[in-house]
Ligand binder design. Sequence first.
Ligand code: SF4
Length: 327
Amino acid sequence: MSKENILSEPSVIRHDWLIDEVIHLLTRPLFDVIFSAQGIHRAHFKANQVQLSTLLNIKTGTCSEDCGYCSQSARFKTSIESQPLMALKEVVAAAKEAKAKGATRFCMGAAWRSPKRQDFDKVLEIVKSVKSLGLETCMTLGLLDLEQAEQLKVAGLDYYNHNLDTSAAYYKQITSTHTYQDRLDTLANVRDAHLKVCCGGIFGMGESLEDRAALLQTLANLPIHPDSVPINKLIPIAGTPLAKSEKPDPFDMVRCIAAARILMPTSYIRLSAGRTEMSDELQALCFLAGANSIFYGEKLLTTDNPGVEQDMKLFKRLGIETMSTTD
Ligand code: SF4
């Protein structure tokens, strides 16, 4: 089989991708890689369907870590207002509202290096209550050990989000307070606890083509492909070290999505942060390249997201239906 055929063969699920193969995907003519990705997408998913997730920050700011893109680090002077862990009833009210607006998954984020004992019991109560509303539950709480991951599973958590952000080589330029291996270890604990994994990266942090390829290769070569792969575009935030990052070529974002679809054919590829800066036409290209999930709702942790009505209008114009469930 030729190299082109291997790279676009829908039935092959691989965990042994070579870096040269991923670079090849990211540098093919744009329409060729989109064409391959859409074919693979249709072999594994219904066409013209997008899954909706809603994201709520349940604890904001004062994080001990120094991730260079993040407004919530205590080390940077940004304009966000810190907020301690939200009360259970406030989270439940937000989850009910998200469900009423069509979300099938409710994702909750807390700005921690890792959850502390006194907060963790409250987090478990939140998971139980949101799950009892009939929503899929997802959390992002930072680094987890195996015991914490298992307790979250028992409480009813479906997904755990923990992004690798970029390549192992470039990660040191982004964060100094924890390592890439720390993140890989958390992903292993989450998998071992039989939670579904949501793991992706951020595009536009000054990384090279090789870094983008290495991130996608690492994701695709995990023992199990992440169930959801968020592809974020950096939102430069005043006060953070990456505030002045150069804007990447938007077509390269489309290439990353198409490559992610080809490398991880059965994963939900989520077009995540950065949609407010994207035209409708660019978002349409991302869906054509295999993105089939979005974050839905006006806020994305601490940054803006397109309004619900705006998303619905775009879906109508594109003939896209929303999925009622991801199972
Ligand atoms: S660990 Fe999370 S919340 Fe803390 S600085 Fe890094 S990205 Fe932000």
